[in-house]
Design a protein. Structure first.
Lengths: 439, 439
């Protein structure tokens, strides 16, 4: 993509009403644009990151046998009356009256549609375990929409629902999803802590949150960094502040964003919707349910909260809008031609590249590149060509170096492709490269 | 995917309230499930088809330099008051009152958000032409939601908007999109006719519809099959019924579904939102706009209307939920093992396969396979193994034949991969194979 053609350019300064790092940086860098409080447009750069996050989520949900579906946002009010959540969640519901005076709710969650849907197909224990998920917009009339993408009124979510014939089967599956959630956050370049939490309006049973350490976090969490145990401050306080039971280390407080949560719903929704099955012994029993949520747009904001410096965003390669930021400096014919040649070659090699070919000063271009935060910056200039090369600098490193034209594609291949096969913490192009060079 | 694990099985009979071929077949085959009038769940099979359609749409929009974005569904009412469409489209608007008593509309279209969004970035003629699109849910309170996915209250749409410095530039781009729309329908296995149409509430200027011939169509269209000219009956009637001016042939009436439409909006929305630019000569002028819509969920329904027989759906390979329907007949150990072996091999070769390994009669399995409509059916049975092979039958052919195990993957490779490289009418596995065998 040529930067001059890209819809959604950088701005000189962040919008004055941005109340968080993610809103500031994502707006200033041209990823999102606010329409109203808690309601955002995703511009091409933001949409690309969102799709990369979605791809990671889909792969991890598919790996635990999740099947993707898509449920509607318009829910007949009767469904919400059935569970009583038309009253318990009344304050955040967007309601509408349609032709024929029927009332609908715009789904803030989908237990009320997924349970009757599952009831059409689950009849026997043989139909379970079953796990279905969707990536769908949620609508919640948050009284305090704030913190950019962290607390929105219209936001994206992956919500998965599982159905089981026994508590033991739910317990087993719940542990698998716990691992798959950790994988999602790790692959997005984040460290997550699993926290025991109260279920809120979604569950009477126990649940877990996945917390990411960031300064903008809404939650205060007590963690033992040694053994990875964490708890919500509200739960801990009633027990008084103790050292970690497991290892005896002292506990630390951290600000965190809740990036995902999982709930054992038990039979709350299956009871409400009469979702029953016939067991091996011929007995009719209620289905046991679990549900599992990750806010994909919130995750995008969380990554920015966790991965930035004073100059802008630092995208992990796995979710970066482009892998390479190619910058042309100068408008001399041979320099322009060489930069175009590198651009064409990268496109041909299917390396995602944003090519800044504008006639702007080095200062403007470097500032924009740092703000946008693409992991690897390649500069073609008169100076680099004197050494028959391209200047190579990673966003998270201070130093740059010249890579010869001849060696460029081999190094790129290694730095960029390497990460796709790793399921653990995705290294940046920089780290991978340094490992390679130090061999 | 093993059929026994798939969420969304076939039903014995279509739902009694289904009022169209697409609603009947898609529901009975387990692709969709109605939540309320004009509001549907997409089950895993339906979601897979929808994603294939979306991929084709994205590729064709990207080919005309469209950049993908995502705009919100919640629109502040003030935006709709600005264009006056809060009144002209009043009947179909879903409205809601949010906290602070603010009123919102759930977007039935996105001119009201895209125009002010573009205004933040378009300042000069150098910022154009620009084309941005999204695939997003639309909400329209249709008084007569009917015909399954053809006329819904909540439905998917790809909507693209283009911005130009001159009418000539819009005209050029409009012709390019016309071609890209024809490509989309062709790649989905459909014959489309381009029809001059009135713009309705979306446009004062002229516009074109893309009509697909189907018996369930809402529109009556007059076409000249010889030269491909078509017009809406309402427009033609005022002129009286003539022979085709161009070739003198007699005109035919056909029932059609409108599967896409394109509009020259001119300055209607840029005037309303003060979207102006500075031209080469320094003059400030209003931006000229076009907009281009394809209902992706409606397109899914249209394909079913156009591609089915008395036994079920006949998916074109390009949008089929799976390329191969693998059927195991019998539960003898060697037959089961061979079927499993073929299944594993297909998965390894990245051939999308739905494996019906249930312990059901051949009649049940064949009936389900015909209903679901996957293009290629492979049967592993005692009989086929006696000939050291697999029974090969295409959904749109009557005959079957035995393909040896040895020759199977080569034939599959040819039949299935061949279609991806073709940009013209995608052949079914059957047609491709027959061409191959007749060489």
């Amino acid at each position: 993509m040529k930067y001059s053609k890209l819809f959604g350019k950088t701005r000189h300064s962040p919008p004055c009403d941005a109340d968080s790092v993610n809103a500031k940086l994502l707006t200033q860098a041209g990823f999102i644009e606010k329409l109203a409080a808690g309601i955002y447009n995703f511009l091409p750069l933001g949409k690309r990151v969102l799709e990369k996050i979605n791809k990671i989520i889909r792969e991890e949900m598919d790996a635990v046998e999740g099947q993707e579906i898509l449920m509607p946002s318009l829910h007949p009010i009767e469904l919400w009356q059935t569970t009583g959540r038309d009253k318990t969640m009344d304050e955040i519901l967007y309601r509408t009256r349609a032709s024929g005076d029927k009332e609908f709710v715009f789904g803030p969650s989908h237990e009320e549609t997924v349970t009757p849907l599952a009831a059409k197909y689950i009849k026997s224990y043989k139909d379970m375990p079953l796990s279905i998920y969707q990536i769908q917009t949620k609508f919640r009339d948050e009284p305090r929409a704030k913190s950019g993408l962290l607390r929105g009124r219209e936001f994206g979510m992956k919500d998965m629902y599982s159905f089981h014939a026994s508590d033991e089967d739910l317990d087993d599956y719940y542990e698998k999803v716990k691992q798959s959630y950790s994988n999602v956050f790790t692959r997005c370049g984040l460290n997550s802590y699993i926290i025991e939490a109260s279920g809120g309006p979604f569950s009477d049973k126990y649940s877990h949150e996945f917390s990411i350490e960031t300064k903008a976090g809404e939650d205060t969490v007590i963690i033992c960094k040694k053994c990875g145990i964490a708890q919500n401050l509200e739960l801990v306080e009633v027990k008084s502040r103790l050292n970690c039971v497991k290892c005896g280390s002292s506990l630390e407080e951290m600000k965190a964003v809740e990036a995902g949560n999982i709930f054992k719903l038990g039979t709350r929704y299956s009871d409400a919707f009469n979702l029953k099955f016939t067991d091996k012994d011929g007995k009719v029993k209620p289905v046991i349910m679990g549900c599992y949520g990750i806010g994909n747009t919130r995750l995008l904001g969380t990554i920015v909260e966790a991965k930035h410096d004073e100059n802008g965003i630092i995208w992990p390669l796995s979710v970066a809008p482009y892998a390479v930021s190619l910058i042309l400096l100068g408008q001399e014919k041979d320099v322009v031609e060489k930069a175009e040649e590198v651009y064409e070659k990268l496109l041909k090699e299917n390396i995602e590249v944003l090519f800044d070919e504008r006639d702007e000063s080095p200062g403007v271009k470097f500032k924009d590149a740092d703000l946008i935060g693409i992991p690897l910056r390649l500069v073609v200039s008169k100076r680099s060509l004197e050494k028959d090369g391209v200047e190579w600098k990673e966003r998270d490193q201070k130093e740059s170096k010249i890579v010869t034209m001849k060696g460029l594609y081999k190094e790129l291949e290694f730095a960029l492709r390497g990460s796709h096969s790793l399921s653990s913490n995705p290294p940046t192009a920089g780290r991978l490269l340094h490992e390679f060079l130090n061999k």
